[in-house]
Design a protein around this ligand. Sequence first.
Ligand code: BGC
Length: 357
Amino acid sequence: MISECQMHIASFGQTPEGEAIQLFTLEIPGVIKASIMTLGATLTELHVPDRFGKMDDVVLGFDSLEGYLQDAYQQEYCYLGATIGRVAGRTNGNRFEVKGRLYQLPENQGEVHLHGGVSGWDRKLWVGKAFQAENEIGVDFSLFSPNGEEGYPGNVNVSVRYAVNLEGELKISYEATTDHATIINPTNHSYFNLSGDHSETIFDHELTISAEHYLPIDGSCFPLEELKNVSGSPFDFRKSRKIGVALAENHLQLKNGNGIDHAFKLNTSNPEIILYHPKSGRRMTCITTAPAVQVYTSNHFKGTYPGKSNIYYKQHAAICLETQGFPNAANRPDFPTIRLNPNETFESQTIFKFTIQ
Ligand code: BGC
Protein backbone atom coordinates (compact mmCIF):
# COMPACT_ATOMS: atom_id res chain seq x y z
CA MET A 1 0.00 0.00 0.00
CA ILE A 2 1.23 3.52 -0.77
CA SER A 3 1.99 5.06 2.61
CA GLU A 4 1.46 8.69 1.54
CA CYS A 5 -1.98 8.11 0.07
CA GLN A 6 -5.17 9.52 1.50
CA MET A 7 -8.72 8.47 0.83
CA HIS A 8 -11.80 10.48 1.86
CA ILE A 9 -15.41 9.48 1.49
CA ALA A 10 -17.91 12.29 2.04
CA SER A 11 -21.51 13.17 1.36
CA PHE A 12 -21.96 15.27 -1.80
CA GLY A 13 -25.63 16.01 -1.06
CA GLN A 14 -28.96 14.55 -2.12
CA THR A 15 -30.97 14.41 -5.31
CA PRO A 16 -34.51 15.93 -5.23
CA GLU A 17 -35.73 12.30 -4.93
CA GLY A 18 -33.78 12.01 -1.69
CA GLU A 19 -30.97 9.79 -2.98
CA ALA A 20 -27.69 10.37 -1.14
CA ILE A 21 -24.69 11.09 -3.38
CA GLN A 22 -21.19 10.19 -2.17
CA LEU A 23 -17.92 11.80 -3.18
CA PHE A 24 -14.72 9.74 -3.10
CA THR A 25 -11.44 11.65 -3.02
CA LEU A 26 -8.20 9.81 -3.82
CA GLU A 27 -5.07 11.75 -2.99
CA ILE A 28 -1.35 11.22 -3.27
CA PRO A 29 -0.14 14.57 -1.92
CA GLY A 30 1.82 16.65 -4.44
CA VAL A 31 1.24 14.04 -7.16
CA ILE A 32 -2.45 13.69 -7.96
CA LYS A 33 -5.84 14.19 -6.34
CA ALA A 34 -9.06 12.95 -7.94
CA SER A 35 -12.66 13.25 -6.76
CA ILE A 36 -15.39 11.08 -8.19
CA MET A 37 -19.08 11.12 -7.24
CA THR A 38 -21.55 8.25 -7.35
CA LEU A 39 -23.95 10.17 -9.63
CA GLY A 40 -22.84 9.15 -13.11
CA ALA A 41 -19.54 7.80 -11.67
CA THR A 42 -18.43 11.33 -12.54
CA LEU A 43 -14.92 12.74 -12.16
CA THR A 44 -15.62 16.08 -10.49
CA GLU A 45 -12.05 17.23 -9.73
CA LEU A 46 -8.54 16.32 -10.83
CA HIS A 47 -5.64 18.21 -9.30
CA VAL A 48 -2.10 17.84 -10.66
CA PRO A 49 1.09 19.92 -10.18
CA ASP A 50 2.50 22.48 -12.60
CA ARG A 51 6.26 22.88 -13.07
CA PHE A 52 6.51 24.79 -9.77
CA GLY A 53 4.58 22.11 -7.88
CA LYS A 54 1.40 24.18 -7.72
CA MET A 55 -1.65 21.90 -7.73
CA ASP A 56 -4.57 23.00 -9.93
CA ASP A 57 -7.82 21.42 -10.99
CA VAL A 58 -7.55 20.47 -14.68
CA VAL A 59 -11.12 19.30 -15.33
CA LEU A 60 -14.31 21.33 -15.73
CA GLY A 61 -17.33 20.71 -13.52
CA PHE A 62 -19.29 22.24 -10.66
CA ASP A 63 -18.37 22.99 -7.04
CA SER A 64 -21.51 21.33 -5.71
CA LEU A 65 -24.14 18.75 -6.61
CA GLU A 66 -26.69 21.51 -7.33
CA GLY A 67 -24.57 22.55 -10.33
CA TYR A 68 -24.81 19.07 -11.84
CA LEU A 69 -28.56 18.88 -11.15
CA GLN A 70 -29.59 22.31 -12.51
CA ASP A 71 -32.05 22.25 -15.41
CA ALA A 72 -29.98 24.37 -17.81
CA TYR A 73 -27.08 21.89 -17.55
CA GLN A 74 -29.23 18.75 -17.63
CA GLN A 75 -31.00 19.92 -20.79
CA GLU A 76 -27.74 20.60 -22.63
CA TYR A 77 -26.37 17.05 -22.29
CA CYS A 78 -22.76 18.21 -21.85
CA TYR A 79 -21.66 15.30 -19.59
CA LEU A 80 -18.94 17.10 -17.56
CA GLY A 81 -16.64 14.32 -16.27
CA ALA A 82 -19.35 11.65 -16.53
CA THR A 83 -19.20 7.97 -17.37
CA ILE A 84 -20.94 7.47 -20.71
CA GLY A 85 -22.98 4.38 -21.58
CA ARG A 86 -24.28 2.21 -22.83
CA VAL A 87 -22.96 3.51 -26.13
CA ALA A 88 -20.86 6.64 -26.60
CA GLY A 89 -21.51 8.99 -29.51
CA ARG A 90 -24.08 8.68 -32.27
CA THR A 91 -25.56 5.56 -33.82
CA ASN A 92 -26.76 6.42 -37.33
CA GLY A 93 -30.53 6.42 -37.68
CA ASN A 94 -30.65 5.96 -33.87
CA ARG A 95 -31.01 2.27 -34.60
CA PHE A 96 -29.08 -0.96 -34.81
CA GLU A 97 -29.68 -4.65 -35.26
CA VAL A 98 -28.72 -7.52 -32.99
CA LYS A 99 -29.56 -11.11 -33.86
CA GLY A 100 -31.95 -10.05 -36.63
CA ARG A 101 -33.95 -7.73 -34.40
CA LEU A 102 -34.03 -3.98 -34.95
CA TYR A 103 -33.70 -1.71 -31.90
CA GLN A 104 -34.79 1.91 -32.08
CA LEU A 105 -33.15 4.27 -29.59
CA PRO A 106 -34.87 7.27 -27.96
CA GLU A 107 -33.75 10.81 -28.88
CA ASN A 108 -32.23 13.03 -26.22
CA GLN A 109 -30.26 15.78 -28.00
CA GLY A 110 -32.56 17.18 -30.67
CA GLU A 111 -33.31 14.23 -32.91
CA VAL A 112 -30.19 12.38 -31.86
CA HIS A 113 -29.76 9.51 -29.44
CA LEU A 114 -26.46 10.64 -27.91
CA HIS A 115 -24.22 9.01 -25.30
CA GLY A 116 -26.73 6.43 -24.04
CA GLY A 117 -29.93 8.44 -24.27
CA VAL A 118 -32.30 10.41 -22.09
CA SER A 119 -31.11 8.87 -18.87
CA GLY A 120 -27.80 7.21 -19.68
CA TRP A 121 -25.16 5.96 -17.26
CA ASP A 122 -24.15 9.60 -16.62
CA ARG A 123 -27.48 10.10 -14.76
CA LYS A 124 -27.53 6.86 -12.81
CA LEU A 125 -26.64 6.40 -9.20
CA TRP A 126 -23.66 4.03 -9.06
CA VAL A 127 -22.53 2.13 -5.99
CA GLY A 128 -18.97 3.06 -5.02
CA LYS A 129 -16.57 0.90 -3.02
CA ALA A 130 -13.11 2.15 -2.11
CA PHE A 131 -10.05 -0.11 -2.29
CA GLN A 132 -6.35 0.11 -1.49
CA ALA A 133 -3.86 -2.07 -3.31
CA GLU A 134 -0.08 -2.29 -3.20
CA ASN A 135 0.55 0.31 -5.91
CA GLU A 136 -2.71 2.20 -6.16
CA ILE A 137 -5.80 3.43 -4.39
CA GLY A 138 -9.17 3.69 -5.99
CA VAL A 139 -12.90 3.20 -6.17
CA ASP A 140 -14.95 0.51 -7.88
CA PHE A 141 -18.28 1.83 -9.14
CA SER A 142 -20.93 -0.67 -10.16
CA LEU A 143 -24.31 -0.41 -11.84
CA PHE A 144 -27.05 -2.74 -13.00
CA SER A 145 -28.54 -1.63 -16.31
CA PRO A 146 -31.77 -3.56 -16.92
CA ASN A 147 -32.93 -5.08 -20.20
CA GLY A 148 -34.62 -2.43 -22.35
CA GLU A 149 -33.01 0.53 -20.58
CA GLU A 150 -32.86 3.41 -23.07
CA GLY A 151 -33.83 0.97 -25.81
CA TYR A 152 -30.88 -1.43 -25.43
CA PRO A 153 -31.34 -5.20 -25.00
CA GLY A 154 -29.86 -7.35 -22.24
CA ASN A 155 -29.49 -7.07 -18.49
CA VAL A 156 -26.03 -5.55 -18.13
CA ASN A 157 -23.77 -5.45 -15.08
CA VAL A 158 -21.11 -2.81 -15.49
CA SER A 159 -18.25 -1.60 -13.33
CA VAL A 160 -15.89 1.34 -13.66
CA ARG A 161 -12.71 1.45 -11.59
CA TYR A 162 -10.91 4.74 -10.98
CA ALA A 163 -7.42 4.40 -9.50
CA VAL A 164 -4.46 6.72 -8.87
CA ASN A 165 -0.82 5.90 -8.21
CA LEU A 166 2.55 7.44 -7.37
CA GLU A 167 3.41 7.73 -11.08
CA GLY A 168 0.80 10.49 -11.41
CA GLU A 169 -1.62 8.23 -13.26
CA LEU A 170 -5.39 8.19 -13.22
CA LYS A 171 -6.49 4.79 -14.52
CA ILE A 172 -10.08 4.18 -15.63
CA SER A 173 -11.06 0.55 -16.26
CA TYR A 174 -14.41 -0.75 -17.50
CA GLU A 175 -15.92 -4.21 -17.29
CA ALA A 176 -19.37 -5.35 -18.40
CA THR A 177 -21.34 -8.57 -18.83
CA THR A 178 -24.79 -9.27 -20.26
CA ASP A 179 -27.40 -12.05 -20.34
CA HIS A 180 -28.44 -11.27 -23.94
CA ALA A 181 -26.50 -10.12 -26.99
CA THR A 182 -26.23 -6.32 -26.88
CA ILE A 183 -23.87 -3.43 -27.66
CA ILE A 184 -21.52 -1.66 -25.24
CA ASN A 185 -19.20 1.28 -25.89
CA PRO A 186 -18.50 3.26 -22.69
CA THR A 187 -16.15 6.18 -22.21
CA ASN A 188 -15.33 8.98 -19.80
CA HIS A 189 -16.35 12.50 -20.75
CA SER A 190 -13.89 14.68 -18.82
CA TYR A 191 -13.23 18.17 -20.15
CA PHE A 192 -9.51 18.94 -19.70
CA ASN A 193 -7.93 22.36 -19.45
CA LEU A 194 -4.37 21.87 -18.22
CA SER A 195 -3.85 25.56 -17.45
CA GLY A 196 -6.04 25.17 -14.38
CA ASP A 197 -7.67 28.47 -15.39
CA HIS A 198 -11.07 27.49 -16.71
CA SER A 199 -11.80 30.96 -18.04
CA GLU A 200 -9.10 30.35 -20.68
CA THR A 201 -9.50 28.42 -23.94
CA ILE A 202 -7.32 25.44 -24.89
CA PHE A 203 -5.97 27.20 -28.01
CA ASP A 204 -2.46 27.24 -26.49
CA HIS A 205 -2.52 23.50 -25.66
CA GLU A 206 -0.49 21.23 -27.94
CA LEU A 207 -1.99 17.96 -29.05
CA THR A 208 -0.35 14.82 -30.41
CA ILE A 209 -2.39 11.81 -31.58
CA SER A 210 -0.86 8.72 -33.11
CA ALA A 211 -3.61 8.45 -35.72
CA GLU A 212 -3.34 8.33 -39.49
CA HIS A 213 -7.08 8.33 -40.06
CA TYR A 214 -10.11 10.15 -38.74
CA LEU A 215 -13.82 9.66 -39.34
CA PRO A 216 -15.50 12.60 -41.12
CA ILE A 217 -19.00 13.71 -40.04
CA ASP A 218 -22.04 15.27 -41.68
CA GLY A 219 -23.57 18.62 -40.64
CA SER A 220 -25.46 16.86 -37.80
CA CYS A 221 -22.26 15.24 -36.50
CA PHE A 222 -23.26 11.75 -37.64
CA PRO A 223 -20.21 9.82 -38.81
CA LEU A 224 -19.84 9.31 -42.55
CA GLU A 225 -18.84 6.08 -44.29
CA GLU A 226 -15.20 6.50 -45.09
CA LEU A 227 -12.20 7.01 -42.85
CA LYS A 228 -9.98 9.78 -44.25
CA ASN A 229 -6.23 10.17 -44.07
CA VAL A 230 -5.28 13.02 -41.72
CA SER A 231 -2.48 14.14 -44.00
CA GLY A 232 -2.79 17.80 -45.07
CA SER A 233 -5.88 18.34 -42.90
CA PRO A 234 -6.50 20.11 -39.55
CA PHE A 235 -6.78 16.60 -38.11
CA ASP A 236 -3.11 15.77 -38.55
CA PHE A 237 -1.75 15.63 -34.99
CA ARG A 238 0.92 13.00 -35.69
CA LYS A 239 3.37 15.74 -34.75
CA SER A 240 2.38 17.95 -31.86
CA ARG A 241 0.34 20.99 -32.94
CA LYS A 242 -1.32 23.89 -31.18
CA ILE A 243 -5.06 23.28 -30.99
CA GLY A 244 -5.81 26.93 -31.77
CA VAL A 245 -3.85 26.67 -35.02
CA ALA A 246 -5.75 23.53 -36.10
CA LEU A 247 -9.12 25.07 -35.20
CA ALA A 248 -8.34 28.22 -37.20
CA GLU A 249 -8.03 26.27 -40.46
CA ASN A 250 -10.69 26.65 -43.09
CA HIS A 251 -12.07 23.12 -43.53
CA LEU A 252 -15.58 21.77 -44.12
CA GLN A 253 -15.12 19.13 -41.42
CA LEU A 254 -14.39 21.81 -38.80
CA LYS A 255 -17.54 23.63 -39.92
CA ASN A 256 -19.61 20.44 -39.64
CA GLY A 257 -18.38 19.86 -36.09
CA ASN A 258 -18.26 23.50 -35.01
CA GLY A 259 -14.67 22.62 -34.18
CA ILE A 260 -13.16 19.17 -33.68
CA ASP A 261 -15.83 16.58 -32.86
CA HIS A 262 -14.31 13.59 -34.59
CA ALA A 263 -13.17 10.03 -33.97
CA PHE A 264 -9.54 9.18 -34.67
CA LYS A 265 -8.40 5.64 -35.41
CA LEU A 266 -5.59 4.96 -32.98
CA ASN A 267 -2.39 3.31 -34.01
CA THR A 268 -2.75 -0.15 -32.48
CA SER A 269 0.92 -0.61 -31.64
CA ASN A 270 1.24 2.87 -30.10
CA PRO A 271 -2.22 4.09 -29.05
CA GLU A 272 -0.95 7.33 -27.58
CA ILE A 273 -2.45 10.77 -27.19
CA ILE A 274 -0.52 13.66 -25.59
CA LEU A 275 -1.92 16.96 -24.41
CA TYR A 276 0.67 19.54 -23.37
CA HIS A 277 0.27 23.00 -21.89
CA PRO A 278 3.62 24.82 -22.36
CA LYS A 279 2.97 27.63 -19.86
CA SER A 280 2.27 25.39 -16.84
CA GLY A 281 4.50 22.56 -18.05
CA ARG A 282 1.65 20.07 -17.49
CA ARG A 283 1.71 17.16 -19.87
CA MET A 284 -1.02 14.52 -20.00
CA THR A 285 -0.31 11.27 -21.80
CA CYS A 286 -3.32 9.13 -22.51
CA ILE A 287 -2.76 5.45 -23.21
CA THR A 288 -5.69 3.22 -24.00
CA THR A 289 -6.76 -0.25 -25.06
CA ALA A 290 -9.65 1.32 -27.03
CA PRO A 291 -9.39 1.40 -30.83
CA ALA A 292 -10.45 5.06 -31.20
CA VAL A 293 -10.63 8.41 -29.49
CA GLN A 294 -13.42 10.94 -29.99
CA VAL A 295 -11.81 14.36 -29.72
CA TYR A 296 -14.24 17.09 -28.79
CA THR A 297 -13.04 20.68 -28.38
CA SER A 298 -16.09 21.75 -26.32
CA ASN A 299 -17.68 23.41 -29.32
CA HIS A 300 -21.12 23.93 -27.84
CA PHE A 301 -20.61 25.70 -24.51
CA LYS A 302 -22.90 28.70 -24.50
CA GLY A 303 -21.89 30.20 -21.16
CA THR A 304 -25.47 29.93 -19.86
CA TYR A 305 -24.64 28.72 -16.33
CA PRO A 306 -21.66 29.12 -14.00
CA GLY A 307 -19.24 26.25 -13.48
CA LYS A 308 -16.57 25.92 -10.78
CA SER A 309 -15.52 29.20 -9.12
CA ASN A 310 -18.45 30.90 -10.86
CA ILE A 311 -16.76 30.74 -14.26
CA TYR A 312 -19.08 30.63 -17.28
CA TYR A 313 -17.51 28.11 -19.64
CA LYS A 314 -17.00 29.44 -23.13
CA GLN A 315 -16.57 27.65 -26.44
CA HIS A 316 -13.24 25.76 -26.57
CA ALA A 317 -12.66 26.10 -22.81
CA ALA A 318 -11.59 22.45 -22.70
CA ILE A 319 -10.92 19.30 -24.68
CA CYS A 320 -12.46 15.84 -24.22
CA LEU A 321 -10.42 12.81 -25.18
CA GLU A 322 -13.08 10.10 -25.21
CA THR A 323 -11.32 6.78 -25.69
CA GLN A 324 -13.82 4.28 -27.04
CA GLY A 325 -14.90 2.08 -29.95
CA PHE A 326 -15.86 3.93 -33.13
CA PRO A 327 -19.12 5.87 -33.18
CA ASN A 328 -21.79 3.98 -35.14
CA ALA A 329 -19.75 0.76 -34.78
CA ALA A 330 -23.07 -1.03 -34.18
CA ASN A 331 -23.87 -0.55 -37.88
CA ARG A 332 -20.34 -0.98 -39.20
CA PRO A 333 -19.13 -4.58 -39.57
CA ASP A 334 -15.81 -3.15 -40.81
CA PHE A 335 -15.11 -1.46 -37.44
CA PRO A 336 -13.96 -3.32 -34.30
CA THR A 337 -17.13 -4.79 -32.82
CA ILE A 338 -18.90 -3.26 -29.83
CA ARG A 339 -21.17 -6.29 -29.57
CA LEU A 340 -21.22 -8.03 -26.20
CA ASN A 341 -22.56 -11.58 -25.95
CA PRO A 342 -23.55 -13.60 -22.87
CA ASN A 343 -20.53 -15.44 -21.40
CA GLU A 344 -18.18 -12.69 -22.59
CA THR A 345 -16.71 -9.86 -20.54
CA PHE A 346 -16.22 -6.44 -22.06
CA GLU A 347 -12.95 -4.90 -20.85
CA SER A 348 -11.28 -1.61 -21.60
CA GLN A 349 -8.73 0.58 -19.85
CA THR A 350 -7.46 4.14 -20.26
CA ILE A 351 -4.61 5.75 -18.36
CA PHE A 352 -4.22 9.52 -18.06
CA LYS A 353 -0.65 10.08 -16.89
CA PHE A 354 0.48 13.50 -15.69
CA THR A 355 4.09 14.64 -15.94
CA ILE A 356 5.97 17.92 -16.18
CA GLN A 357 7.89 19.01 -19.23
C1 BGC B 1 -19.97 14.68 -28.79
C2 BGC B 1 -20.51 16.05 -29.16
C3 BGC B 1 -21.43 16.51 -28.06
C4 BGC B 1 -20.67 16.49 -26.75
C5 BGC B 1 -21.46 16.94 -25.57
C6 BGC B 1 -19.25 14.80 -27.51
O1 BGC B 1 -18.71 13.58 -27.15
O2 BGC B 1 -19.15 14.13 -29.80
O3 BGC B 1 -21.13 16.05 -30.41
O4 BGC B 1 -21.94 17.79 -28.33
O5 BGC B 1 -20.15 15.23 -26.52
O6 BGC B 1 -22.66 16.35 -25.49
